[in-house]
Unconditional design. Structure first.
Length: 120
């Protein structure tokens, strides 16, 4: 299982199409994280000012239509993540059938992520 952070509005935008965040066009892949701790670190480093609910897609790597490559962060991982951590990068759109569930990033008043919670 790999994890991907996404604002809820972005995930719901085109529900009948495979999901393609801006990073796919900009970087050539969809950024994902290998586990909950890394996901929270990424949320704290890059998503603190994101308005509205911030979600985590639970993606079954085996069900993806596009390849996943486990690669080092470039230039460096976010604070609190070991330098040798490999990140799963999906080289194509996320087919929605590969998403097995979602969690919400619970954040404090300053936007700092606290934990992942079930989304209902």
């Amino acid at each position: 299982m790999i994890l991907h952070l996404v604002p809820l509005d972005s995930w719901l935008h085109e529900p009948d199409r495979p999901y393609a965040p801006a990073s796919l066009a900009e970087d050539g892949f969809v950024h994902c994280s290998p586990d909950e701790a890394v996901t929270l670190a990424v949320a704290g480093a890059f998503y603190r000012d994101t308005p509205g609910p911030l979600m985590v897609l639970l993606i079954d790597e085996a069900e993806l239509d596009h390849p996943v490559r486990w690669e080092a962060a470039d230039p460096a991982p976010p604070p609190g993540v070991a330098a040798d951590t490999l990140f799963p990068h999906v080289y194509g759109r996320i087919n929605r059938t590969a998403v097995t569930g979602m969690l919400e990033v619970e954040r404090n008043a300053e936007g700092r992520p606290l934990r992942l919670t079930p989304w209902s």
